[in-house]
Design a protein around this ligand. Structure first.
Ligand SMILES: *Cc1c(COP(=O)(O)O)cnc(C)c1O
Length: 369
């Protein structure tokens, strides 16, 4: 079976974890401090923190921004569910926006339509390595005095007009979960431009306690910290970022050679000003050409030894979120129902990519090609 994802530890991961254990600093410590310094340095920015995962990164961003009951936060209808859950966890109301047919990312025009006098923030979600159209989004936010939070869990190291994703809005949230571009097992990061938001996030991450006065709590806080053991893995991963990016570019190029222009297949579109570090190779399929729906295609690929994944169900069709959805979101729903994601990880050889593509392409109906 060719897996959908596979974590690869070919650098200093084991060495650094042993060093962290030997140091007996297993909660905070050298590797947490160094990973924070290096990750911020890479992004050429001053303010940011490591956190326990990408979901707590989003939660922390919303808490620091003061998002609370009665507030509305705009979020794309097509997304992994975490940002929506965290909006609700803060007591606020998610307001869904449509996505673009080609990029599958939040449509700026739809954001503008969703704004009310209760809107406080927009969470844009960079999916699969792609980056949202930040110039119009930030212009809308500036006009209406809204905060922009980038859920950049899937698109670290991608750029938009030469700027790193996650550093363009007010707060950027990252995930180091096992399948993500760099991993610490579970882990995450927040970056912000604003010193005030950074100070709030640092306090809320650590039980709401003042840094220079132990057990003096000024905020309802949480424990959202990354451990030194996890950071040891993360630092070793970050050291290899150039080869990770090169491998991801190789894999994307190879898939593109095999799949672009093939009948029944649409690849995610990247705008000209986006330079993606692709996280997942996701296709929108034409069910008629494949003679089956997406779920049947996943099953057929599995029978041939290839693990694939569907797109997320849009939040606009989840019964869980029915109370926040009054009208259909046709683009979210059409895109989501027809997406299939192929194996994509740095150790995936070109020969496997050929096998995956051959298998996929021969599942089409010859009369439809
Ligand atoms: C992975 C992911 C998250 C959550 O990150 P965790 O580290 O798993 O909590 C949030 N948003 C998106 C878009 C993701 O892909």
């Amino acid at each position: 079976m060719i897996p959908w994802a596979n974590a690869v530890f070919s650098g200093n991961e084991k060495k650094y974890v042993m060093e962290a254990l030997d140091s007996t600093w297993i909660s905070g410590g050298y590797f947490v401090d160094t990973l924070e310094k290096e990750f911020l340095g890479y992004h050429e920015t001053d303010y940011g923190l490591s956190v326990s995962n990408g979901t707590t990164a989003l939660h922390l961003a919303l808490l620091a921004a003061g998002i609370k009951t009665g507030d509305e936060v705009i979020v794309p209808g097509f997304t992994f569910v975490a940002p929506v859950n965290m909006i609700v966890a803060c007591g606020a109301t998610p307001v869904f926006a449509e996505i673009d047919k080609e990029t599958w990312l939040i449509d700026p025009a739809s954001i503008e339509n969703a704004i009310t006098n209760k809107t406080k923030a927009i969470i844009v979600v960079n999916l699969y390595g792609n980056v949202c159209d930040m110039d119009p989004i930030c212009a809308i936010a500036a006009k209406h005095d809204l905060l922009v939070i980038e859920d950049n869990a899937e698109s670290p190291f991608s750029t938009y007009n030469g700027r790193y994703s996650g550093t363009i809005g007010d707060i950027g949230c990252f995930s180091f979960q096992a399948t993500k571009t760099i991993t610490t097992g579970e882990g995450g990061f927040v970056i912000t431009k604003h010193k005030e938001l950074y100070d709030e996030m640092r306090i809320i991450r650590d039980h709401g306690m003042q840094k220079d006065k132990r057990y003096w709590h000024t905020h309802i806080g949480y424990n959202f910290r990354l451990t030194n053991l996890q950071a040891a893995i993360g630092l070793a991963q970050l050291e290899q970022i150039d080869t990770i990016i090169a491998d991801r570019q190789r894999i994307y190029k190879k898939y593109k050679e095999r799949l672009v222009g093939q009948t029944g297949i649409q690849l995610q579109h990247y705008a000209e000003n986006v330079d993606p570090v692709v996280w997942a190779l996701v296709l929108k399929i034409d069910q008629k050409v494949f003679n089956r729906d997406r779920d049947a295609l996943i099953q057929a690929m599995k029978e041939k030894g290839v693990e694939t994944r569907p797109g997320f169900y849009p939040c606009t069709v989840l019964p869980l979120y029915a109370e926040y959805t009054s009208s259909p979101f046709p683009i979210c729903e059409d895109v989501a129902a027809n997406l299939i994601s192929l194996p994509f990880f740095v150790s995936l050889p070109d020969t496997d990519i050929d096998y995956i593509c051959d298998t996929l392409l021969t599942l089409r109906n010859p009369d439809e090609i």
